[in-house]
Design a protein. Structure first.
Length: 199
């Protein structure tokens, strides 16, 4: 009987010592929240295969601004400025099972783009430094409706190495890879508000 109780106690301790399922997601959000109010310059580190048409990102100043931090344990908004184009905002939200990434696209007058609020939820716990977001069903339906068939297999990823780098990446099974790396060690001047966000 005594041995049985010892075994139960050992199991309890092992269970208590393990991380709860939400820990990586919460830690990732917390690390991002440490940058609230700051902006960082980025550079493209992968963009393949090469496009036959002019690429909207190449040769442009790339800046991320960790801006929407009213409730950083629940949601953080990160405008992604491409030159003077302030149409893009990444919306990172805590869900019951992990994290959700959505892309809020706006026109200069603040109205939503026809292709907006697309993205997906984490399918795995990820780590404190990397989270991946396979495309969700609503986004697939939007892409198909708007004639963007190539995007129905998208997976987005975010990586954060504290004090060093933040990475935003898009990949597809066919070999498509777009990756931007931001230098977290050197904040830059904060840009204007993204379109549709006010002052």
């Amino acid at each position: 009987m005594r041995n049985h109780r010892v075994a139960l106690a050992a199991l309890c301790l092992a269970g208590c010592a393990s991380s709860p399922p939400g820990a990586p997601a919460d830690a990732f959000l917390a690390s991002m929240a440490e940058h609230c109010g700051k902006a960082y310059a980025g550079r493209i580190t992968a963009n393949q295969p090469a496009s036959a048409t002019p690429d909207p990102f190449e040769g442009k100043t790339l800046v991320m601004h960790v801006r929407g931090c009213d409730d950083p344990t629940r949601e953080i908004r990160i405008p992604f400025h491409v030159g003077d184009d302030r149409s893009r905002t990444w919306v990172l939200t805590r869900t019951g099972a992990g994290l959700r990434l959505k892309h809020d696209h706006r026109h200069e007058d603040g109205s939503p783009d026809a292709v907006t609020m697309y993205g997906g939820d984490t399918a795995e716990a990820g780590t404190t430094q990397r989270q991946a977001f396979p495309v969700d069903a609503a986004s697939i339906a939007m892409f198909e409706r708007e004639g963007l068939a190539a995007s129905v297999t998208n997976t987005w990823a975010m990586e954060l190495v504290p004090g060093k780098t933040f990475v935003y990446a898009l990949s597809r099974p066919n070999g498509r890879l777009f990756r931007v790396e931001f230098d977290l060690a050197t904040p830059v001047e904060t840009p204007p508000a993204p379109w549709g966000a006010g002052g």
